[in-house]
Design a protein around this ligand. Structure first.
Ligand code: PMP
Length: 249
């Protein structure tokens, strides 16, 4: 399993219900198909469920990954091999998220970020540069077009409308993103999905990140961009409350 040849997913182990878990499994299956790794999704499901049932922690998530398996010789071509599966449970508190300090960076990743692969070098390098500037997330753009965070999807608010970049091969179809969009639509809030640029961030009154481990969390500052963001955002609070009620109470 050289050449970053594997896929991965993280499934929350508490409160998110069967629909949420099914979406993680569907995404795992999509990633396996797109990377042509032959592995039974039923085996993955059984193992993830075993990890969930054996988990002693109240709050946590499961990290699970599948690689193509061991190469008999170093080569760029696939050979018949048994996939290798690996997973663990991590204790984690979903309720202790504080607003993020983020850095705006070039999206230097490959062009199939819709696959949840283990190829994370682009994210890792940029996230560690950002960490050295006191940040805990990055906000990426490709040639000026907003894509996503290093480990999350992004939303922003401008003139009381909530926006998020539309799905493409440059964005991971986040399961939390999907749930948040459902909440926004249920609440009949003004919402648009499309293609947005850095100038939209200059105008935004609030910016949010979403992920399985973060839930929905606001941004307090983009360290290298002038913005008008205000930590008090009514729309953020409405979505956060609905998210917590729906999945964690
Ligand atoms: N984008 C990237 C690059 C991620 O790594 C993640 C976290 N897995 C997300 C978005 C958010 O996805 P999810 O809501 O399914 O955790």
């Amino acid at each position: 399993f050289q050449a970053e040849d594997g896929i991965r997913d993280s499934v929350a182990s508490r409160g998110l219900g069967d629909v949420y878990k099914r979406q993680h499994l569907d995404r795992l299956k999509y990633s396996l198909n797109e990377t042509k790794i032959s592995c039974s999704i039923e085996d993955c499901k059984t193992e993830i469920e075993k990890l969930l049932s054996e988990s002693k922690s109240e709050d946590g998530y499961i990290y699970y990954q599948v690689s193509r398996g061991v190469d008999s010789k170093r080569s760029h071509f696939f050979e018949e091999s048994d996939c290798e599966r690996f997973g663990f449970v991590e204790e984690f508190s979903f309720s202790s998220q504080t607003p993020l300090r983020v850095m705006l960076v070039d999206d230097i990743r490959w062009q199939r970020c819709d696959i949840k692969s283990t190829s994370l070098l682009g994210n890792v390098l940029q996230m560690n540069d950002a960490k050295s500037m006191g940040c805990n997330e990055i906000l990426m753009h490709k040639n000026g077009e907003l894509t996503e965070g290093g480990a999350s999807n992004i939303f922003f608010v401008k003139d009381k409308t909530i926006y998020t970049p539309e799905l493409s091969s440059n964005i991971l179809p986040g399961i939390t993103r999907h749930q948040v969009i459902k909440i926004i639509k249920d609440k009949k809030l003004d919402f648009q999905e499309g293609s947005y640029g850095i100038n939209d961030l200059n105008e935004a009154s609030s910016i949010w990140f979403t992920s399985t481990t973060k839930g929905i969390v606001g941004v307090e500052e983009i360290v290298n961009l002038e913005t008008k963001i205000n930590p008090e955002c009514e729309l953020l609070e409405i979505c956060k409350d609905a998210f917590v009620k729906k999945y964690f109470s």
